[in-house]
Design a binder for this molecule. Structure first.
Ligand code: COA
Length: 423
């Protein structure tokens, strides 16, 4: 089947929105999502908004959005993929594959080392995607949230976000999330903050009064009426806090006190915080005895790395630190049939293509993305006889694995704008 490739923006006369509406069906919001992204996202790249045509008819579409994602303590340039769609009568004819492969080739040209998406776990592995992120949830009954009744904090100091809050919100978000694998750097564009889904609200807390601390030690405006904490919530069967961030312990208390008020006012049994465990609010909830839950997202939160040397370069400190602490300072990894050697030379990571004859790990298909984020870890490798028999690992090499691939709780904290298509 022959397809031709072109770039396309949504808008009047463009086939993009009608194509998405047909592929995703009545009531779907994917076309609106693409319109918002094209209009508002500062790093929107029209060259990554791709259309496949057949005999002059637009049959498939894929959008990739450059984003910076925290992996192994470093900022990595990746792209968020979605939506991807083929019109119903052309599904199964290779159009989706054509447009995906074209887009992945275009990422490399732009220095984007790979991409992430939420999608069908049985469709995307053919393009190199593997499960890489978890879903984390903290459940908090009202009794563990607020102060004693009547002492629920300065809940009146919460208000809606305003345009001038955005730079401070970017700093607050990063302060709360930067420790986690999968944290996404936010922009100061409104689409990264405004609640675009029905029933979703974003509020900021601007502490006021004589006891409010002043000064601006760590970014964001402080002591001048600027936000010191924020939260986004929606009321479903429970009160869902879909994101939050605070500058300091007072901000954390303000978030919990306001959540307690929401739970009371909406007569819900509990609040659900959909936030990473490596977050100041999660830590406080843990201290208070809340229940933590995580699952693997059904394998749907995936990562694909197209440029492995690029990924190793961006995350070089994490590999160099492990090799520096080891007696033998090199290892090679076989990923999708290609060998990548990592060696420490004069304190710096040196990359190559040669197999290490003492320490060579053959990574099973589809596992490498999850090993990078900590979704999988060394224990998954060490307890698998097949992997060990295909690899060549001396005792030193075996000892390296837990430090190279530690377990973490990676969570892709994607932009608010994707709520548009959440329903
Ligand atoms: C998913 C989608 C983009 C695939 O595009 P496509 O053009 O039909 O795919 P291709 O023709 O390139 O590939 C066909 C293969 O994909 C598989 N496939 C299609 N949809 C799939 C799905 N939802 N889950 C798993 N596999 C799927 C087919 O079984 C076929 O497999 P095979 O090659 O082993 O026979 C398309 O079916 C679609 O637009 N669906 C509706 C919108 C949607 O769900 N988008 C994805 C959001 S994550």
């Amino acid at each position: 089947m022959t397809f031709t490739l072109s770039t396309a923006l949504p808008g009047d006369g463009s086939p993009v929105s009608p194509l998405l509406d047909r592929a995703f069906g009545p009531g779907s919001q994917e076309s609106r999502l693409v319109e918002v992204l094209a209009e508002q996202y500062p790093a929107f790249d029209p060259g990554l908004s791709l259309l496949a045509e057949r005999d002059g008819e637009a049959v498939a579409y894929a959008l990739f959005l450059p984003r910076t994602i925290r992996l192994r303590g470093a900022d990595v340039p990746l792209a968020a993929c979605g939506p991807v769609a083929t019109v119903p009568e052309h599904q199964g004819s290779g159009a989706g594959t054509f447009v995906m492969e074209a887009a992945l080739a275009a990422l490399a040209e732009r220095g984007l080392v790979g991409s992430l998406l939420l999608g069908h776990p049985s469709y995307y592995p053919r393009f190199g995607y593997g499960p890489a992120f978890d879903l984390q949830l903290v459940r908090a009954p009202e009794r563990l949230l607020g102060e004693a009744p009547g002492e629920e904090g300065d809940t009146a100091a919460w208000r809606g976000i305003e345009g001038h809050d955005l730079p401070a919100l970017v700093a607050l978000h990063w302060r709360a999330h930067a420790a986690g694998n999968g944290a996404e750097r936010r922009s100061a564009a409104a689409m990264d903050w405004a609640s675009l889904a029905e029933g979703s609200h974003t509020l900021v807390w601007t502490e006021s009064g004589a006891d409010a601390p002043s000064g601006s030690a760590n970014g964001g405006s402080v002591g001048d009426g600027g936000p010191r904490a924020y939260l986004r919530f929606r009321v479903r069967e429970s009160v869902q806090i879909t994101e939050c961030g605070a500058r300091d312990p007072r901000g954390v208390s303000a978030i919990l006190a306001f959540t307690a008020r929401l739970v009371r006012e909406h007569a819900r049994p509990q609040a659900e915080f959909r936030i990473p465990f490596a977050h100041a609010v999660s830590r406080e909830l843990f201290r208070r005895g809340c229940t933590f839950e995580s699952n693997n997202f059904g394998g749907a939160a995936m990562l694909q790395i197209g440029d492995w040397p690029g990924l190793f370069r961006h995350t070089d400190s994490s590999w160099a630190a492990v090799l520096a602490g080891a007696g033998h300072r090199s290892i090679s990894l076989e990923i999708d049939g290609a060998t990548h050697s990592l060696a420490l030379v004069d304190g710096e990571l040196r990359l190559g293509r040669k197999r290490d004859n003492l320490r060579h790990l053959v990574v099973p298909d589809g596992w490498a993305p999850g090993l990078i984020t900590g979704h999988r870890c060394a224990a998954d490798l060490i307890f698998d006889e097949t992997i060990l028999s295909r690899s060549q690992l001396d005792p030193e090499g075996l000892r390296l694995l837990p430090a190279l691939f530690p377990k973490s709780q990676p969570m892709w904290t994607h932009s608010t704008v994707y709520e548009v298509a959440d329903g």
